[in-house]
Ligand binder design. Sequence first.
Ligand code: FES
Ligand code: FE2
Length: 440
Amino acid sequence: MTYQSVLDADPQRPPPALRAVSAPWTPGPDIAVDRYTSRKFARLEHERLWKNSWQMACRAEHLPTVGDHLLYEVGDLSLIVVRSGPDTIKAFHNSCLHRGTTLVEGRGNAALFKCPFHGFAWSLDGTFRGMPAAWDFPHVEAGSMQLPEVAVAQWQGFVFVHPGTDPEPFERYAAPLPDHFAQHPLDGRYVAHHACQVVAANWKAVMEAFLEGYHLSTTHPHTIRFANDFETQYDLFGPNVSRLMQAIGIPTSALIGRVPPDEIARTIQKMVPSADRRDVPEDVDVRAFLGDVFRTSYARRWRMDLTDASEAELLDSIQYFLFPNFAPWMGYSLPITYRFRPWGDDPGHSLMEIMLLHPVPADGSFETAAEHWLEPGESWTHAPGFEALGLVIDQDMENLPRVQKGLRAASHRAVVLADYQESRIRHFHARLDQQLGLDG
Ligand code: FES
Ligand SMILES: [Fe+2]
């Protein structure tokens, strides 16, 4: 069985992008342990990765009104992301050109950026507006005082920033994401729930725990009665994008024919409100049945037409990844977006975030969720909207501090990866090597 053979049997045709298979064989070097533990490596990442790559800063909906601004921060980098005009979002280094003070702390709305120290001021588009006692700065030309700006791109409702000097155009960088998501757009979504947590593990170790389905049978053993784990499809698209697709409603291969289909249908039906659940027929075709239940339930919930939504989009785990740290899912039942960042300059801690992007209801009304900060180690089930998903995330989170501790304790020098099921992790590290100038 392959994921594609599951799609062959589904009643409703999925978007063509889900028919793409791109899995070049990628045997590669093992991954050096010190990439996860060394301060020197973290510093290299800071200089060559975070200061020089496209990163998702926020959703456009986070900045609805002109003057709304927030900070995107990673390591020492602090960028002001601001709606500078009705249709324009800009980003600037958050550092006063006088003596360096941050111009902004946190988020808010402002008509201009005025430094709290001596009062140098800039317009929302970065134009210098002057300083007190300008007679004392005869050597400073107003023209040289434009606030240093960084590149911004908007894609499917997300705002990306690139602090480097010569960014590749976003659409080209992100290919084939724009083509794939044109078939299943996320710009008609909003952040219904948003949770964050500082995790005691390197940002790459945390991220990699979410890039493969290989760990399901051991870390999430309850899921293999309805998730086809080892037949997950992994795709590598170009340098910056990868994907996994896992069929839901089909158990792990060893249990096919051994888990009664009606048990699977009943278990997965619990994802929709009880009023939307149906009696499960004895000879149920699980994916067709669940597809129909979900289609009806989500259409009612979000007041949208889902007649053409495929079983794949309604049920499956379809997760894309864009280098270096952004993972948007495609679909309705798991409308997840991940973002992973280092926490300060500590290679042993990171920040993990999940946004749940729900479709904007037909009447256009929605409220963007504020970030819910979980304490380190706190259960994800405590975050609003994560009551069910949180149980699974908690299982992942239990591993991660142990991964980091074990990596620090390692006598071996390298992490050994599976050729196929962990190919996305290899792909990521090859790209990271290139970014860091370690590939020559
Ligand atoms: S440091 Fe900003 S005005 Fe002096
Ligand atoms: Fe997991």
